[in-house]
Design a protein around this ligand. Structure first.
Ligand code: ZN
Length: 285
């Protein structure tokens, strides 16, 4: 069974913002296609007020004629996503700068390996690579996560966002999970609504559960490099610590999507390591 998500809503409108089409109910993202088709739906009223402002380096910028709120339509014109007002400045900077990765840094990122992950809404391309980053200013940021993507930096669940520029050195991070663990988290199935666990164990014997696509680990003095896949399967009745999500401790660096970036995805099916992993899991269960 496939479920077609037509809208994702916010729990409540952001403080100080109350527009009768953007915020009643408050939408975070919705299917642009569906909003065109279903004339009786509340999304149709919202659609009527959104006018294109300009095209961006990826996607298109829209604004609500009633309240001025910005929205972004992705390249494939399928999903409209709200731009929180406090993301306007970084969105503008993202759009006006080319955020490319130097060859030497790309080689390091490729050696670390990335995973491709998807959003429940939108058709964005995204490769996630955990690493440590030294800025030209001398500042060192560890753990960091590089997002190679055509998605603009507008997510407000991520508090620490930087643009991929003025970077001098990219290195592996001790906080990064091993590739087989990261791959397993992407492939993990949902056991209940929105929960896709991967059971892991630290080299000191402590078990944890990772939730869906996870790249980093930094908890109870344990780092990602000390985490292994567990031979035991997660049970719902098990008392076990659910590890903190990446965004609680990572700084996200947004780099531009480019032709060939998909080769950094080391979790794709058909990949030799992936086949070995499948064989590993089959032996376990
Ligand atoms: Zn509005």
């Amino acid at each position: 069974m496939s479920v077609k998500v037509i809208s994702s809503r916010m729990f409540e409108a952001p403080p100080g913002h109350n527009c009768k089409v953007c915020d009643d109910p408050p939408h975070a993202a919705f299917s642009w296609q569906y909003a065109q088709e279903d004339r009786g739906h509340e999304l149709h009223a919202l659609r009527d007020q959104l006018k294109q402002v300009k095209s961006l380096k990826f996607g298109h910028l829209y604004a609500c004629q009633l309240c001025g709120l910005n929205w972004i339509l992705d390249e494939t014109r399928s999903t409209m996503t709200r731009v929180p007002n406090d993301r306007r400045d970084i969105l503008n900077e993202w759009n006006e700068n080319q955020l490319s990765i130097e060859q030497e840094q790309l080689r390091v990122l490729d050696a670390i390996g990335g995973i491709a992950t998807t959003y429940c809404m939108g058709h964005y391309r995204l490769i996630v690579v955990p690493c440590a980053i030294s800025m030209r200013s001398g500042e060192r940021i560890d753990p960091a996560v590089v997002w190679i993507t055509d998605r603009p930096p507008i997510d407000d669940f991520v508090s620490r966002i930087k643009l991929y520029q003025n970077i001098s050195i990219v290195e592996p991070s001790l906080f990064a999970l091993p590739m087989d663990v990261r791959r397993a988290t992407v492939l993990a199935g949902e056991v209940s609504m929105g929960f896709a666990p991967t059971r892991v164990v630290a080299t000191n014997g402590t078990p944890f559960v990772l939730h869906w696509g996870t790249s980093l680990f930094n908890q109870d003095g344990i780092t990602g490099s000390e985490i292994r896949l567990s031979a035991k399967r997660f049970r719902m009745d098990e008392s076990i610590i659910i590890a903190e999500a990446d965004f609680t401790h990572a700084t996200y660096f947004f780099a531009d999507w480019f032709e060939g970036a998909e080769n950094l995805n080391k979790a794709q099916s058909g990949n030799q390591l992936y086949s070995k992993l499948r064989a590993f899991w089959k032996r376990l269960f």
